[in-house]
Design a protein around this ligand. Structure first.
Ligand SMILES: [Fe+2]
Length: 294
């Protein structure tokens, strides 16, 4: 197999052709994929009719998988997938779309805010691998923004300002920003904030990026309004169209992105139509701050 890459935009994303993800991944191909991820940040694999097991096996060939439990409000009775999958669908345990006012759904649609997966965990995610099993008739694109390119486009003064800042991330913050505050004491404890650097360096390339996410709700040592305004300004800057690739899904697409150097968001679609999307996630290597004060 010869893997070929085709750029999707000048800034971010490439489509990968000439590889069957059902086949065991050779170490050469794994290496090529890591290098392509460092370079393009988002890789699109079309027409990959994978089972959940094949999807998980491909993920494990690239690194250690994250456990998906505890990150959503999905009830245990609504689990449809293995515990190392994040169920990004709008479907309940009976494979039916959640009602418009369902609490779990209202929490889940927070993924329409720009974010980086698992930035609310002490060791945040490396790659996410999302596969389309069933898609709605319209809408539901996923958009990706390149945080390395966004960093490089900052003026020198802003780069200096943010270089050593540390943010507090929590799903409480992202949901609060869209008016969802309906959390139980157990959920508030489970979602307590963690700290992340605002500027990260990608180990494979030395390229710096802004580590933003809707989960970021404060900056250590800063007054809250000032912190949130800076985060809002940075997010506005970093998500300009010149840094963005918008993925229009087809069934059996697998899209992989690097959470260390991108943000992404889902776009709306008709809520009564099934959208079955399944995600595996690779663990990050280490915390972004030395002392992880949760
Ligand atoms: Fe996400």
């Amino acid at each position: 197999m010869t893997m070929r890459l085709r750029r999707l935009t000048p800034c971010i994303g490439a489509e990968v052709e000439g590889i069957d993800l059902r086949a065991p991944l050779t170490s050469e191909h794994a290496q090529s994929i890591h290098e392509a991820m460092d370079k393009h940040a988002v890789l699109v694999f079309r027409a990959q009719a994978l089972s959940d097991d094949e999807h998980a096996a491909f993920t494990r060939a690239l690194g250690e998988m994250e456990d998906a439990r505890g990150s959503s409000l999905r009830a245990a009775t609504d689990f449809r997938l293995p515990t190392n999958f994040a169920d990004v669908s709008n479907l309940d345990g009976n494979h039916k779309p959640y009602g418009p006012g369902d609490r779990g759904r209202l929490f889940a649609i927070g993924n329409r805010l720009w974010h980086s997966d698992s930035s609310f965990k002490p060791i945040p995610a490396k790659y996410s691998l999302l596969r389309a099993v069933c898609i709605p008739s319209r809408g539901g694109n996923t958009e990706f923004a390149h945080m390395g390119a966004a960093y490089e486009a900052l003026d020198e003064e802003t780069r200096t300002l943010i270089e050593d800042l540390v943010c507090e991330h929590s799903q409480l913050f992202s949901r609060e920003s869209i008016g969802f505050t309906d959390f139980t004491p157990e959920e508030r404890s489970r979602f307590r904030p963690v700290r992340q650097r605002l500027v990260r360096t990608l180990p494979g390339t030395g390229r710096k990026s802004i580590y933003l996410s809707s989960h970021a709700g404060g900056i250590v040592g800063w007054p809250l309004p000032e912190a949130r305004l800076l985060l809002r300004d940075l997010t506005e800057h970093a998500t300009q169209p010149r840094f963005v690739y918008s993925h229009r899904w087809q069934v059996n697409d697998l899209v992989m992105w690097d959470n260390r150097q991108t943000m992404h968001r889902a776009r709306p679609f008709p809520a009564h139509e099934p959208r079955d999307m399944r995600r595996t996630t690779l663990k990050g290597d280490a915390p972004t701050v030395l002392e992880q004060a949760a």
